[in-house]
Design a protein around this ligand. Structure first.
Ligand code: ADP
Ligand code: MG
Length: 709
């Protein structure tokens, strides 16, 4: 197959500086660059209108209601007057049609507008409608004399562009921006915005062509055309984003060799046959199969393991690390907090005791002396499994032969961080990322599109569903009595307080107040309580936590530091104070701390006085389901993709038009088409795919150029 030559950089009119457009002075150009990042003609084209206003019809004044957003009205000016002094000075005008009267107000440019308007004349006005004392009103409407020519309104939809106060002050309002765009379309044609999607895709999905879509999104001839234009450009965004993540994946597979672990040896088998404390669930077995296939393939594994809280991800990680050890390689297991790292260490070191496997824990509170020994043992290969916080990869930790890395309970572990791992050995280790709670599929596809996915969709047997209820302040005594009953049965309980910011004094005081209150309900020595929060040092946290883990205390009062991962199967009650202040995935994580043993467990969501609508929906969701996958979808829907932790910086979600919640089906379609194309033609060198290749190359050239400029 012959490769096409790299397309040379051809100056396209679209890369012209914005000042080349009539009406844009150097001052305006500077403003457009500063305020809207519009440098070139192409940037102006990518500055999409937020919406259009329909000026094709004239409203009667009587028909206007508080639900009307923008309105166009025609009528006779019956009265005008300048009122008020100084800053309060305003021009007030009454306009009357056959059905009623509307008031128009100007606070600026009063003199000028006053001269323009004449009592008894007819005007056509357009603007955002407001109501003042029950009467319709418009401030600073657009205005022109009412003539035979505009009697039935304008003939098209007018674009409204996002603008800023600074731009408006310099006269660069939406209307002017629309004029520039119009001007630009007179200069360019289809050759400047060539189709970049393969013809077969355009046909299959009945997409509007690219040039037409750009024109219609700015200056639509009808609402229907506008919708088609938006659909086309959204599809293009999603398609190109999928193309780029899938290309990353293909390139990585092509260029990076992977370690081959083909042996299942005495460590894995010894553990599996003699030490495994339970039978694996089918879901766990399937994931293990996925992993074994990957690590035996000669390609580097990059796998995302999703499973609900308590689905047993840790065991999958441990078994994988034993395979690595059987093949002579070391592993790291990284947890997001010290408490969790400590707990993983306790569990794993305990389970592996009968086997000749070196396990060590390295965290911020490891003493210098211990640290030195661990680092040396690690560098010389005596440690097979190193457990720690994420700091491990930042640190000066050297390995003899690092072969496998597990990243636990993490949403934020991006490409850049994974790349750091690679530097730890010549051939990059296999990477298993385990999420804290499920991620909606759309988000996973966009943020983690370059990874393979496995899902544990089954909980270990014998778990009883957690009963979740919402209670308000008035029920507090009953809630406390309920906890007492559970403690009498030998169970333990968590009581969690919100700590919005670790430094917030108010939250901290609430926690202390809460602690005192809990103590008064549960006095020593009948009851023992421990407390953990962010202001304690690692050692205090660990001591308090461990007292609860060992069952020395029956109640753990704390902040969300206990959120992730902690495993105390004997705990059966989770009380969440001010639960309206928590996000959905946080609530689900917290609830996941109970229901980990065979006992029936309960989650009680206490709420304060004020519960917003969104919060009410979150709580309702929590009460109605235990399914983390459903909750993750709802969370995304309520918060929007930009708000999901760790995705804000990722850049992959910065779509101009597409929205992964609303355009789920389109994302899926785009992903499938990309997959199909890349399977057939991973280099994109077949003629039907050349437009894509050319587009990708022109993008590269453009970024390079804009960086130089
Ligand atoms: P998570 O997926 O939330 O990290 P863990 O790995 O902490 O969950 O497992 C939760 C609990 O379930 C632990 O106590 C673990 O020992 C137990 N567990 C894991 N797998 C099984 C299984 N197949 N059968 C019974 N219990 C299991
Ligand atoms: Mg876990």
């Amino acid at each position: 197959m012959q490769k096409p030559s790299i397309i040379s950089f051809q100056p396209n009119i679209l890369s012209s500086p914005i000042e080349y457009l009539t009406g844009i002075s150097s001052i305006r150009g500077e403003l457009l660059r500063k305020e809207l990042s519009i440098f070139t003609f192409k940037d102006l084209l990518d500055h999409f209108p937020i919406r259009h206003v329909d000026k094709t019809k004239v409203d009667s004044i009587a028909s206007l209601t508080s639900a009307t957003d923008y309105a166009q009205v025609a009528g006779k000016l019956i009265h005008k007057q300048i009122l008020g002094e100084k800053r309060n000075r305003r021009l007030v005008v009454q306009l009357k049609d056959q059905t009623g009267v509307i008031e128009l107000v100007w606070f600026q440019g009063i003199q000028w507008v006053d001269k323009l308007l004449h009592e008894g004349h007819q005007y056509l006005i357009f603007g955002k409608l407001g109501f003042f004392m029950g009467k319709p009103q418009m401030a600073h409407p657009e205005l022109e004399p009412y003539t035979a020519a505009n009697a039935s309104g304008k003939s098209h939809l007018e674009p409204i562009y996002p603008s800023t106060e600074k731009l408006k002050a310099k006269g660069l309002n939406g209307k002017v921006m629309a004029k520039f765009t119009q001007e630009l379309f007179l200069k360019i044609g289809e050759k400047n915005l060539p189709e970049n999607l393969p013809e077969s895709i355009v046909k299959e999905y009945k997409l509007m062509r690219r040039f037409e879509a750009y024109r219609q999104i700015h200056l639509p001839s009808s609402d229907q055309q506008y919708q088609q234009a938006v659909r086309r450009l959204k599809f293009e965004e999603l398609f190109l984003a999928q193309l780029s993540v899938q290309l990353i994946k293909i390139n990585r597979q092509k260029t990076t060799r992977g370690l081959v672990f083909e042996k299942i040896g005495s460590l894995f088998n010894g553990f599996y046959n003699d030490c495994l404390p339970f039978q694996l669930t089918n879901a766990q077995k399937n994931v293990l199969k996925d992993i074994r296939k990957d690590i035996g393939s000669g390609q580097q594994m990059n796998r995302l393991l999703q499973g609900d809280v308590g689905s047993g991800k840790t065991m999958v990680a441990l078994l994988s690390m034993l395979i690595a050890a059987d093949n002579g390689y070391q592993s790291v297991l990284m947890a997001p907090t010290e408490i969790l790292a400590q707990q993983h260490f306790n569990t794993i070191a305990g389970l592996l005791k009968p086997l000749p496997v070196g396990v060590a824990l390295l965290t911020g509170s490891t003493t210098a002396k211990e640290r030195k020994i661990i680092l040396q043992d690690c560098a010389e290969g005596r440690i097979h499994i190193l457990i720690g916080t994420h700091a491990i990869i930042e640190d000066k930790v050297h390995f003899d032969k690092l072969g496998f890395a597990v990243v636990d309970e993490q949403h934020k572990f991006g490409v850049a961080q994974r790349a750091k791992l690679w530097k730890k050995s010549t051939i990059p280790p296999h990477v298993l990322v385990m999420t804290a709670t499920p991620i909606p599929r759309t988000l996973a596809l966009t943020v983690y599109g370059d990874l393979d996915f496995s899902v544990i969709d089954e909980l270990p047997p014998g778990r009883q569903p957690i009963t979740t209820v919402q209670r308000n302040e008035a029920s507090r005594p009953q809630v406390m009595d309920f906890i007492k009953e559970q403690l009498q049965l030998g169970r333990q309980a968590y009581i969690v307080y919100p700590l919005i910011e670790e430094s917030s004094k108010l939250d901290y005081e609430n926690l202390m107040k809460g602690f005192e209150e809990v103590k008064s309900f549960f006095p020593e020595p009948a009851y023992w309580i421990s407390m953990v929060h962010g202001k304690q040092n690692a050692e205090q946290k660990e001591t308090n936590m461990n007292r609860f883990v060992k069952g020395d205390t029956q109640i753990l009062v704390g902040t969300t530091v206990i959120e992730v991962g902690v495993n105390v199967p004997n705990a059966s009650v989770m009380v969440i104070e001010s639960s309206e202040k928590f996000g959905l995935s946080q609530l689900h994580q917290l609830r996941g701390r109970v229901g980990r043993g065979a006992d029936k467990s309960y989650c009680i969501l206490l709420t304060g006085q004020k519960v917003s609508r969104d919060a009410r929906e979150r709580l309702k969701m929590m009460v109605s389901t235990n399914d983390g996958f459903k909750i993750a979808e709802k969370d995304l829907e309520l918060r929007g993709p930009g708000e999901i932790e760790g995705t804000r910086q990722s850049g992959t979600l910065l779509f101009k038009l597409a929205n992964i919640v609303e355009d789920k089906a389109m994302l899926e379609a785009a992903r499938l088409s990309v997959e199909k194309i890349l399977q057939q033609d991973p280099e994109l060198t077949q003629p039907p795919h050349l437009p894509l290749l050319q587009y990708l190359q022109s993008q590269k050239t453009n970024t390079r150029w804009s960086k130089i400029a």
